[in-house]
Every structure is written in C-alpha cells, then in structure tokens.
Ligand binder design. Structure first.
Ligand SMILES: [Fe+2]
Length: 435
C-alpha cells in the first residue's frame, strides 16, 4: 500500500475505507447504449433532463433515438439553468413530480446532472429542498430511502457528478453555493461518451478541466481517512472519508493525464485524443473525489461563485454574471496548496511532478511553492482568470467571502489541517492573484 506513513493506524481513528461508484460505461458512441440500459433497470417511462443548448446538439438526438429505439416513453425537461439555484430547481422538481416517470436520464454538464439528482430526490420522497442540505444551512435530514434509477450522461469533462452522490446549487438567500450529499443521490449508472466534448467551447474545456485538476489535487491532499474518527455505526462512514489508497490511484493518473493533455484539449477542439483523455481524467477524478472528498478550494469557491458581481466568462451565456465552477475553485488552489503543503510535502511535490513540473533538487520545504507554481502555470496556459482579482474581487470583499465559505464544514473538515475563519481570511487574501 502506498504511503504507509500517511495512512498509519491510530487508536480512536478509522481503520478502513469504503469504495463506491456508479456503474461506469465509457467509450466512443456509448450514448447508443442508454436506451437498453434504461430498460435493463426496469424503466418504461423516462424523464430526460437536459438544457436548451444541448437539446440542439447531436448528443441529444443520439440519446433520444436510443431511448426511442428501446421502446421507452420519454418526457423531456430542457430548462435546466447553468449553475442552478433554489429557484431554478423548483421548475425541475415540478416537472419531475408531474412527469410520473419511473426513471431518469440526465444529459449535460454538472448543472444538468445535479438538477436531475435533486428533482429525482424531491419527486421520490416529497421532501423540501432544505430538508437534506447539511446543517447549519439546511435541516441535515438523511435521505430516507432509494431514489428512482438514474443514468447520468456527462457532456463536459469536469464535474464528475455522474459518479458522485453530491448535488450543488446556489441558495439565493445566502449568496453562496450549498448542496446535498448522500450515497442515495449517486446515479445508478454513468454513460460517458467522450464524443460529447468535441462541441465544447475552449473556455468551457478550460474551466471544467481545472475543476478536474482540483478534484484530483484536493482528494489526494485531503485529511487521510486514518485521521478521521471511526464511524458509529460502521455503515455511517461519510462519502468525504478523506484521502485513501483507492482514491489515490485515480488522482495520480488524472494528474498525469492533465499534465499531458489539458493545454492541448483547450487549444484545439479537433484534438480528439486530448479531449477523450481529458474525459477519462474527469471520470477517474470524479470516482476518486466521490470516495475521498474535496476540501478548501471548493469550500472557498462556493462563496466566490455565490457573490459574483459582474464577471462574465467567455464561452458561457452572456446574460448573467457567472464565475464558472472550475474557475471559482481554481483561483483559490495555488494559495491553499502553498499553505497546506506542510501537512504532506512529499505528496504535494509528487503532484507537481505528475503535472509535469521539474522537481529535481526540490526539498520538502519547497513543496508548497512548487505545486502552487505548477497549478498557476496550467491556469495561465489555458486562459483562466488570474486569481480572485481576475473575477472582480478586491481586498474589501474578503470578510464577505469568509462569511460564505466558513459554513461549508463538510468540505473544510476534510482538509488536512484546521481551517478557522482566520485561516480562510489569509487564504482569500493570498488568492487575489495566482501569478
Ligand atoms: Fe468541482
């Protein structure tokens, strides 16, 4: 087992980890299998959830044709909002309750898949949205039973939502992202067809690719599972169980692939090898973080995205100010990695090397600077905004950003050191620029 020192067992802490994932089908043309897979899961009437942009693309036609060929009745919902809010989710929940479907297919990026998870949850169990959001923001109630079967078909190489039990949305009343995390939310199957990424604008590949990068880095550097209290009962082990040898495998390979292919995939839409490999990296990192959990850059990102004023990213709809999730996370990453590297310097140096950085001669004291530079270098190369200043924030915004990030305990408690509001304050200041 790798890194025996990191995973040294101690009395009072957990001694085991659990591996979960959706069933994954990955490959060129895999969307053609969706109909038969729905039938095998017992579906007769399918709620197909997508967004307006995708409905006009061949991936929607392929999916619809596959469902039709399998003899399924299909109800389509195409009004998913990019970066869903509690208000936009209401529409989807109403659709799901009225559709009387016995299963779901989601086709889209993380916004579509997350919307479908929540619509499935609230149509199956008739709960309120905040019932299952973790405290203190929501009521923290457990999901009471299984959901209807759900096949998730990602069209961006980023969120990993197709293999995780997490759904994120923007809670308008607190100007911050929050979410629901439960193994019950994990899609039954993921059908990953890398052809879908050939129609993505470069900026979307950049943002979603940096999200993959942060999933891998944060899962790899999370608090080790052996430093979290043992669950009682044993079946209550959290999905954010911390770094573990299973997740490490996916993280390392995802980081290596990102080092080779991210810049190529962003720069050239017809570099199909690069886009396919990026989709595979996204799948691996998604499975990894679904079993380890991310930490501080994602916690900070929820405030960065939720309090946006007027930033608009190229390649995204121009009507609304929006910091794409991958950019909202990545702008924090160099500052966080620089600060947290002392908790496992060898891992941080190894991650920099996997991304392609030359770490010969580097000592453990250099680990923070080396990994921060490797990440910032990739961000710069793919045209990401340069830190919080690059998405419109100034130093005076830091207290409000801390206020948005501090309640994200599920994420902050998965960090390898205690993250107090004072630490967050320093990190947001350091994240103003990345290079
Ligand atoms: Fe993410």
């Amino acid at each position: 087992m790798a890194c025996p020192h990191l995973y040294a067992l101690e009395a009072g802490f957990d001694h085991a980890f659990t591996v979960d994932s959706s069933r994954v089908t990955f490959g060129h043309g895999a969307l053609a299998e969706v109909g038969e897979r729905c039938r095998a899961l017992g579906m007769r009437r399918v709620a197909l959830v997508t967004d307006r942009r995708l409905r006009a693309l061949p991936w929607f036609a392929d999916t619809f044709a596959a469902l039709h060929a399998a003899g399924l009745d299909v109800a389509v919902f195409d009004e998913v909002a990019i970066e869903p809010t509690d208000a936009s989710l209401e529409l989807a929940v109403r659709f799901a309750r009225d559709a009387r479907a016995d299963g779901y297919v989601s086709l889209g990026g993380g916004s579509v898949i997350d919307t479908c998870k929540i619509a499935n949850l609230l149509a199956t169990h008739r709960a309120e949205l905040l019932d299952h959001v973790s405290a203190p923001i929501g009521r923290g109630l457990a999901v009471p039973g299984p959901l209807a079967p759900h096949i998730a078909c990602p069209t961006t190489s980023g969120t990993g939502s197709e293999v995780t039990g997490i759904a994120i949305f923007d809670l308008l009343t607190i100007h911050a992202k929050t979410g629901i995390a439960s193994p019950r939310l994990r899609p039954t199957e993921a059908v990953v067809d890398p052809r879908c990424t050939s129609t993505l604008p470069a900026a979307v590949v950049a943002a979603s690719g940096l999200d993959v990068l942060c999933h891998a880095l944060e899962s790899y550097t999370a608090r080790p599972f052996t430093r979290r209290a043992a669950p009682a009962p044993a079946t209550a082990r959290p999905m954010s169980q911390g770094a573990n040898p299973w997740s490490d495998l996916g993280c390392r390979e995802a980081l290596r692939l990102l080092g080779v292919y991210l810049v190529r995939a962003v720069g050239d839409a017809v570099d199909l090898e690069a886009r396919e490999q990026l989709m595979w990296a996204a799948t691996l990192a998604g499975i990894a973080f679904g079993n380890a959990g991310v930490h501080v850059p994602h916690a900070m990102a929820y405030a960065v995205a939720g309090r946006v004023r007027d930033y608009r990213a190229p390649g995204y709809p121009p009507e609304l100010p929006l910091v794409p999730h991958g950019f909202a996370v990545a702008v924090n990453a160099p500052a966080v990695l620089r600060r947290l590297a002392e908790t496992s310097p060898a891992r941080h140096l190894e991650a920099a090397a996997l991304l392609g950085a030359d770490v010969h001669g580097a000592t453990e004291r250099d680990a923070g600077e080396r990994i921060a530079a490797a990440v910032a270098g990739l961000m710069c190369a793919v045209g990401a905004p340069n830190g919080l200043a690059g998405v419109g924030y100034i130093a005076a915004d830091v207290p409000a950003l801390v206020g948005g990030a501090a309640p994200q305990r599920r994420l902050l408690d998965n960090a390898p050191m205690a993250i107090t509001p004072d630490v967050l304050h320093a990190l947001f200041h350091d994240a103003m620029t990345c290079w």
